[in-house]
Ligand binder design. Structure first.
Ligand code: CA
Length: 233
């Protein structure tokens, strides 16, 4: 059973999703807009399904608010399917997005995929060689997969789940140039028909979080190919 928090103002969608997700053995708590005690509500839930078009504070703003205190999986529901919404949603810290009208089975599959990705204990243990060649050994960044953290000087960096998965993908392929398509498959999910610009966007946001303020970047752009991670920039 998965505890879901559904933030959606369209009652027809709420009724349909509550019924169908309930049948799939999830419990659904529903809110028509983001409440003041959002943090407490989120803390008591396994995943958030968040409509973009909400009265008052929109879904992107709500998403950013949740991300200030929680790494809970967030799936955005959007009525529009253009790239700008997708990028905006993922930039705000969402894990995935589903375009309305949404099939409950598709939503269920996306929820489960997001939960799997966010549960480090459920992931296969990394091979010893990958651990040995992780950037942690050579640079100031440490990849702690068991704790699902990327650390600098022992302190966890405030990265989104997607940003962490990007670093894990690089750590698994030390010294290799990874294409945008490879990164999309590794850091998002395999059936994610995303735009490779999502990768460029995510790396743009990730760099200032991991790079020294005036030094070169950990993530080298290899023109025409993709990106390469350098343990020590
Ligand atoms: Ca709406």
């Amino acid at each position: 059973m998965v505890r879901l928090l559904l933030i959606e103002d369209d009652q027809a969608i709420v009724d349909a999703l509550t019924l169908s997700l309930g049948r799939l053995d999830h419990t659904v708590e529903h809110l028509g807009a983001a409440p003041e005690d959002l943090e407490q509500r989120v803390a008591a839930t396994d995943a958030v399904i968040l409509d973009v078009g909400l009265p008052g504070e929109d879904g992107f703003a709500v998403c950013r608010r949740i991300r200030r205190s929680s790494a809970v999986p967030i799936l955005m529901l959007t009525a529009r399917s253009d790239d700008i919404d997708t990028v905006a949603g993922l930039e705000a810290g969402a894990d995935d997005y589903v375009v309305k009208p949404v099939s409950p089975r598709v939503l269920d599959a996306r929820i489960k995929a997001a939960l799997r990705r966010s549960a480090p204990a459920a992931e296969p243990a990394p091979a010893p060689s990958s651990e040995a060649t992780a950037p942690s050994n050579d640079g100031p960044l440490t990849v702690d997969r068991a704790g699902a953290e990327v650390l600098r000087d022992g302190a966890p960096l405030p990265l989104t789940p997607t940003e962490k998965r990007l670093i894990y993908a690089f750590a698994d392929h030390p010294g290799q140039v990874l294409s945008r398509e490879q990164l999309l498959a590794m850091a998002w999910n395999q059936d994610f028909l995303g735009d490779s610009r999502l990768v460029d966007n995510a790396i743009l946001r990730l760099r200032p979080k991991i790079d020294p303020p005036d030094g070169p970047s950990h993530i080298e752009t290899v023109r025409g190919f993709g990106y390469r991670f350098r343990p020590a920039p």
